[in-house]
Design a protein around this ligand. Structure first.
Ligand SMILES: C[S@@+](CC[C@H](N)C(=O)[O-])C[C@H]1O[C@@H](n2cnc3c(N)ncnc32)[C@H](O)[C@@H]1O
Length: 203
């Protein structure tokens, strides 16, 4: 199944709200990793795979945020986001085909999305070359990765396409795309669960 179809169904089941609760601690950690030098001046924010838009709304409340935009391929996620918010912007777009999307942002963020993509590295490379502004930063969080063994059954459990990469592979995508100050960390590890893998880089 395509991830977009799965997540349309999740809106009907109210599971998008569950992601707000479950992802919040890792998302707070990711947002705290953004350099002060970026958020202490006016900045624009893009959430790739924004779901129901909860992070877009959260960031839009920050004084220095001049634009907060979310994109997602699940029409029902975008419709819900728009119904909850008349301040921020939301676009219904397939992230696998970003090449007509040319707006530029200071902060590009994405939580629990990149392993669903057809070619994660190509998308990262496009974002860094064409969407991220100079001196901006790009931060992604993924829970499905090689070392996080409890996540490896998700492909079969959910019957959805996922790319499985190691921590070093995700990190190398950021390096190869030309980002600087690349850092990888894991947040929320407990027992077998290795935590959200957070990759951060600056342009
Ligand atoms: C696990 S959810 C995470 C949503 C949100 N970031 C959050 O933390 O609540 C993954 C999201 O990525 C979106 N997505 C997955 N593949 C996509 C694609 N190819 N194009 C656009 N959106 C996609 C899904 O529709 C879904 O809303």
């Amino acid at each position: 199944m395509k991830a977009i179809n799965l997540f349309n169904k999740w809106v009907d089941l109210g599971k998008d709200e569950g992601m707000v609760t479950n992802h919040s601690p890792s998302v707070d950690y990711m947002l705290n990793s953004v350099s002060d030098s970026i958020v202490n001046r006016p900045f624009s924010f893009l959430d790739i795979g924004c779901g129901n838009g909860w992070v877009v709304r959260k960031i839009s409340k920050i004084k220095n945020c001049t634009l907060s935009l979310g994109i997602d391929g699940a029409k029902k996620m975008i419709d819900k986001a728009i119904s909850l918010d008349n301040k921020s912007k939301y676009l219904h777009l397939n992230i696998n085909n970003l090449n007509h999307f040319t707006s530029k942002f200071d902060v590009v963020f994405s939580m629990e999305v990149f392993y669903y993509l057809d070619h994660p590295y190509s998308t990262i490379d496009y974002i860094v070359s064409s969407i991220l502004k100079d001196n901006g930063c790009f931060v992604i969080g993924v829970d499905h990765y090689l070392e996080n063994t409890p996540s490896l059954s998700w492909k079969t459990d959910l019957d959805v396409h996922m790319c499985t990469f190691s921590i070093e592979e995700w990190k190398s995508f950021f390096h190869k795309s030309g980002l600087k100050n690349v850092k990888a960390s894991q947040y929320g590890a407990k027992n077998d669960w290795k935590g959200t893998l957070v990759i951060y880089g600056e342009k």
